[in-house]
Each structure stands twice: as structure tokens, then as C-alpha cells.
Design a protein around this ligand. Sequence first.
Ligand code: FAD
Length: 464
Amino acid sequence: MARQDADVVVVGAGLSGLTAAFRLARQGVRLRVVEPAPRPGGVIGSVRRDGALYERGPNSGLDTTPLVNELLAAAGIGGERIDASAEAARRYILRDGVLSALPMSPPALLSTSLFSWKAKLALLREPFVKPAAADAEETVAGFVRRRLGAEFLDYAIEPFVAGIYAGDPEKLSVPAAFPRLFALEQKYGSLIRGQIVGARERRKSAEKAKNAAVSFSFREGMQTLTDALARGLDIDYGVRAAGLRRDADGSFVTECERGADRFELRARSVVLAAPAYEAARIVERLAPDAAAALEAIVYPPVATVASCYRRADVAHPLDGFGFLAPRRESPPILGCLFSSSMFSGRAEPSTVLLTTFVGGVRSAPLALRTEDELAADVSTALRGYLGARQPLWQVVTRWPQAIPQYTLGHLQRVAAVERAEAASPGLRFCANWRGGVSVADCIKSAHASVEALQPFLRQPASTA
Ligand SMILES: Cc1cc2nc3c(=O)[nH]c(=O)nc-3n(C[C@H](O)[C@H](O)[C@H](O)COP(=O)(O)OP(=O)(O)OC[C@H]3O[C@@H](n4cnc5c(N)ncnc54)[C@H](O)[C@@H]3O)c2cc1C
């Protein structure tokens, strides 16, 4: 076998690639990581300004799997973790221009004015609605209309889907985007029955449902996690992987670009942790079917706007996690997090920090407006919904291709990628377009990718 530059080349130093690289490095695997940006973290980025701390991308993670705390402990940042305040359990939904608290318990659901009696009665029918066939791939909207009715779709699920995926429930696939919901229906015949019985089973497995899990961040923001994972790794910043080929001896050759320079990295194994559209270009020649599947995964644009106000200039008590704005309300924003209510240390005591999301599949062109226009749109929206007067400052971050959409056919696309992995042992794809988009899901997928590589990496190099 020709001389190797590393055992494994990891392409992309976002959370997925860093988690995989960190775990591999701890096993003594020789690694090279390539990343086009000048810093690690991908979409994760925390910034201090004037006594505030804002996030450009993810604001929090959900502690849905024990792997999260295991990783934090291994990275030495368990003590940096902070959990969302108790009041962040309250989430608001915009209805008829007014923010109403989302009911979080059965009595609260009965008494809320957020949903009509017709919608509440539809819930009583839910346990008796027949499950779909196991092989039927339904959209999230179709699934929710069938089981819970149109009003829950419009005022609970659609805004929630916009909050997680910046996505459209009429396009997302239930088994791909919400596998737990799909499994609840398949296993228990009902979401409500499944919630009750499933909670007991999850207690045994230590996994938590997203609605029961704690939101966490770190004293210095989400970037604490990716910075800690990156520390000690050999990362080539400013380097983009452009292609991948296999040599006769089985080595993977990653074709890299640093500005106008070209060079190659030879390794026994490659973990592709770049977004799907980039991974598609990289494997175009090696695995054309997988490339076509990856190319079909759509990423809508999202803009985040951090806005700092004097506390006295915001009328709303900001006593919660934030609010979601359903499409039915034709809002100019997807929703807004009350960042300084969620976590301590996000703003000076006399100020508040709000993080607003704009765009997504629902209103992509809005996310592409200029920074000044976005800042102005958000101030106007927050004035209307929260009674927020002039912000002290605002910072806009635009993500032209933000979050992968698990639309109908997604599982077949992932299956095409799995066939490419089976055909080229040592090749592994690991990013947020697979296994879930959330922070915890990326950690879980990266863990699974490292596990999947173990038998291959344990083989002697000459036979691998
Ligand atoms: C605005 C926003 C808000 C979010 N909020 C939350 C939240 O609050 N909670 C939550 O759980 N999740 C949230 N998410 C989702 C979640 O945080 C992300 O899915 C996760 O961080 C993605 O990690 P990743 O490594 O898979 O991808 P990325 O972070 O996109 O990293 C991919 C990396 O690959 C690199 N790369 C690209 N092309 C190449 C190439 N050719 N060669 C080498 N490297 C390449 C990129 O530069 C990047 O560093 C949010 C996402 C966004 C965009």
C-alpha cells in the first residue's frame, strides 16, 4: 500500500465532522481534517458584543441522548454546560396577531383558547384513527391532518416544523423527518397511547423524547462545544475537498484545494461530513448514484437576527423560550427566541437579547434580503408582536443554504448513499442530512459513523 497521509481524512469541521474526528482521535486513529472556513464549528458560532452573547446559528441543544453528556465529559466541558431556565418551558404561538402560551399539560390543553373545541375533540378521536400502512410514505401535513386535524397542523405542527427544519410540512416525509412519530403510530397505533407507553420504555433506554428533554447551551455559547472538540485535532483550515477517488490499492485519495493550490490526501478511510450538495460534488465520479441522491437534498435559506433592546423598551414579559409564528398568520418571520430568558448571561441585566429567524422553505426570498432590510423587517415584526421599541443593536447572519429538508423520498436517497458505503468499505457519510438535523442527532450520527468504521479500521492496513 502506498504511503498514507492519515488513517482517516475527515471532510468538514462542523459539529458532525468534529464529533467523529474527536472520537476517532481518542482511539489513536491518525487523522487529517479539512475545512474551507478559517474556524471550526460549521453553522455553530457564538459571539460576544457589548456584554451580550448571541448565536449566529443554533442557540441550544436538546439532551435527548446520553451520548451528549458523554461527549461533553470527554471534551472536558461538562462544567461549562448550562440548562435553559424553568420559565423557558413556556412556548408561545402567534394566533390572530396575539401570542398565546402553548398548553403543556392535558388540563392546560382543555382550558386554552389557542385551539377551538372542535380541535380539542379531534384529540379524543386520535387513539381510534387507523395507522397508515408501514410502507406508506406520508407527508407530515397529511399525517397530522389525518390523526389530529387541520387546526393542530396549522397552529402547532406547522410552526414547530418551521422552527426545527425551517421546512414545509406539506413536503417533509414523516418517516424521514419525524421517525419517532412514525414509529409511535406503527408500534402503538396512536400518538397519545404511544406517548404514555413509550415514555416508560424510554426511561429504560435513557433516551428522551424531544418534548421531555432539557435544552442546554454553555456559559460562552454553543461554540464552546465545537471549539473543545477541535482542540487537539489536526485541522487544515482554508482547505476544500473537491473530489474523491480510490487507488488500485484501495486507498481513498481526497483531492483538496487551498486557494489556487491543489494537493491530495491519501488515507485508508474517509468521513464525508460536508453538506449534501458539497458531498455530491466530491463523490460525483466515485459514486454517481449517491451523488445524484445527495444533490436532490434541498437546503432553504435562513437568516438569524440577534436584536438587543433595553429591557424597559419591550412590553412583553419575555417569560418563555420564545414564540413561533404559523404560516396561517402570514408573518414576516418564522419565530423568535427570548435568548436572554432562556439562558443566564446572554445580556446585561438592563437589556434583553432576542434571536429571530426569517425565511425557510415558507418564505425563502425574505431570508435573501439585504442585512439592512432584514434588520428593519425584524424590528417592525417585534414591535408588533412584543411591543419592542427601537433596538440598541442588531446583527444579521445569512445562511443561504441552511438546513437540509427530509422531503418525500429522503429515505431512498439515504439508501443510495448506504449502497455507496457498502460498495466502498472505509467510506462514510456523516452530516445533518442523515439521522436528524438537531445538535443531539448530529452527535448520535457521528457516533454511529465511528462505530460503523470500527471493523474496517481494525483490519490490518494491507488487507483493508
Ligand atoms: C440557523 C440555524 C439554527 C439552528 N438551530 C438549532 C438549534 O437551536 N438546535 C439544534 O439542535 N439544531 C439547530 N440547528 C441545526 C444543527 O445545529 C446543525 O444541523 C448542525 O450543527 C450541523 O452540523 P454539521 O456538521 O452536520 O453541518 P455544518 O455545520 O454545516 O458543517 C459542515 C462543514 O463542512 C464544511 N464544508 C463544506 N464544504 C466542504 C468541502 N468541500 N470540503 C471540506 N469541508 C467542507 C463547512 O464549511 C462546514 O464547516 C440549526 C441550524 C441552523 C443553520
